[in-house]
Every structure is written in structure tokens, then in C-alpha cells.
Design a protein around this ligand. Structure first.
Ligand SMILES: [Fe+2]
Ligand SMILES: [Fe+2]
Length: 242
């Protein structure tokens, strides 16, 4: 384990999409990660449809990981309309599911939310007109606010933001431009650049995106969707020292 002053080896993988007919899909991988990292981040779309049977399969594999597992849900984990049940099962296996409260491990803070869509720059949807349009934008604003609140509570010199949706465009490059606004929201980026202690950002969701990008203030952002990592590195996860 890293000391509170030394670098922490942070492993991350997104878009696990565990299906109900999978047999121990991540057991070996999590055991391997335990040998190469001090903490494992799961960046959403943990299940394929948000079914409890899928969550139970993943929960079993999480138990094979000997380092702390933290993460957030993705949109797929909401599909069956029971994300709280998915969370309950994963927490039962020891996973720290981030949403409202930040967590600290060996001197490094972790703040996480699923995030939401809404777009970037000129493509950003504004809270204007119909109530449903305002509600849609509210969701992204709420997620950004939750992230900001968590980051504000941290007293660590280094912290990590964990997301499912992307806060920047760089890491979704490779996807069709027509769907950029569904892949994330620029609003998630504001809290990240507001706090100096944020040293790295991890997200998933953009299966055909780009591995690395930077926030406007230069903070590294990693798209760790396994479908991005595997063709690039031969591994489904990445390890970054924070
Ligand atoms: Fe996904
Ligand atoms: Fe997703």
C-alpha cells in the first residue's frame, strides 16, 4: 500500500456491462489488478440492463479484488428502474459506490457521480423554454453540483474525480459528432477545474472515444471504457499514479 505521501496506483475500468449469463466475467481481471494497483475504480455501466442478477454476478467478482473498489453507476445501470437495488448489492460486496459522499484512501480523495448528458460549447443545451427541457438540463446541473459538493469536503492535497459521462470533448473524439451531446456535459468540468486538488479524472460511456484528454486548465482526463483501452493497450484497464 502507498503511504499517505507517496503516489497511489489507481486502476480504472469503465463499461463492464455484466450480463446475466456471464460466468465470473471479471474475477481473474480483478485479481490481476490487485497485484498492480492500490485501488480500483469502476466507471459506470457496471451491468448491461441494471438487473439485480447482473449486479449479483459482478458483486461476486468484486469480492475477489483485494484492493478497495470504488465507482459510480452508468446509464445502463438505470435501465430496469432500480439503480438503488444495484447499489445495495454492490455495496454488500464491499464496493464504495460514490454519489453523495467523497471517500479518502491513503491521503487521496475520491469524488464521483454518474454525470449526465447535455453537450459542450455551442452544442450545450440551455435551460430554456419547455419544462421538460429545463428538467433535462437540471439533471446535468445537479450531477455537477453533487460533484462540487464532494470535492469541497475533501481536505486532501490530491483527489480524483470518477464519472461515467465525459466532462470534455477530447475523450469522446472518435464517436460520431451527432451524438456528442449524449456522451456528457461540459457542466461536469467546472467543479473539476475549480479545485486545485483534483489531479486526475476518469470516465467511461464513450465506447469509441479517445483515451486521453485535458480539461481547460490542463488536468488529465482518461476515458477508461474497456472498449477504448483494450485495442490501445491490450488491457481492459489502466493504472495511473496519483
Ligand atoms: Fe457503456
Ligand atoms: Fe453508458
Amino acid at each position: 500500500m502507498a503511504s499517505s505521501n507517496g503516489p497511489l496506483r489507481v486502476a480504472a475500468i469503465g463499461d463492464l456491462h455484466v450480463q446475466e449469463d456471464s460466468v465470473a466475467p471479471y474475477r481473474e481481471l480483478f485479481a490481476e489488478v490487485s497485484n498492480h494497483a492500490d485501488v480500483l475504480l469502476l466507471c459506470g455501466d457496471l451491468t448491461n440492463f441494471g438487473k439485480t442478477t447482473e449486479a449479483e454476478i459482478l458483486a461476486e467478482d468484486i469480492k475477489s479484488c483485494s484492493v478497495p473498489v470504488l465507482g459510480v453507476l452508468g446509464n445502463h445501470d438505470y435501465e430496469c428502474g432500480q439503480p438503488e437495488k444495484v447499489v445495495e448489492i454492490l455495496r454488500g460486496a464491499g464496493m464504495i459506490v460514490l454519489d453523495e459522499q467523497a471517500h479518502e484512501i491513503d491521503g487521496v480523495g475520491f469524488a464521483g457521480v454518474k454525470g449526465f448528458m447535455g453537450g459542450y460549447g455551442r452544442g450545450e443545451l440551455a435551460p430554456f423554454g419547455e419544462p421538460i427541457a429545463k428538467l433535462f438540463v437540471d439533471e446535468a446541473m445537479n450531477e455537477a453540483r453533487k460533484l462540487e459538493n464532494q470535492l469541497r469536503t475533501l481536505r486532501t492535497e490530491r483527489s480524483v474525480a470518477v464519472l461515467h459521462y465525459s466532462p470534455i470533448v477530447d475523450t469522446i473524439e472518435g464517436e460520431p459528432e451527432a451524438i456528442f451531446q449524449y456522451l456528457g456535459s461540459q457542466r461536469l468540468c467546472d467543479p473539476i477545474d475549480r479545485f486545485d486538488h483534483v489531479k486526475a479524472v476518469f470516465h467511461g460511456h464513450a465506447h469509441h472515444g479517445t483515451y486521453e484528454g485535458r480539461t481547460p486548465l490542463g488536468k488529465p482526463v482518461y476515458n477508461v471504457a474497456q472498449f477504448v483501452l483494450k485495442p490501445l493497450t491490450g488491457k481492459q484497464y489502466t493504472v495511473i499514479e496519483v
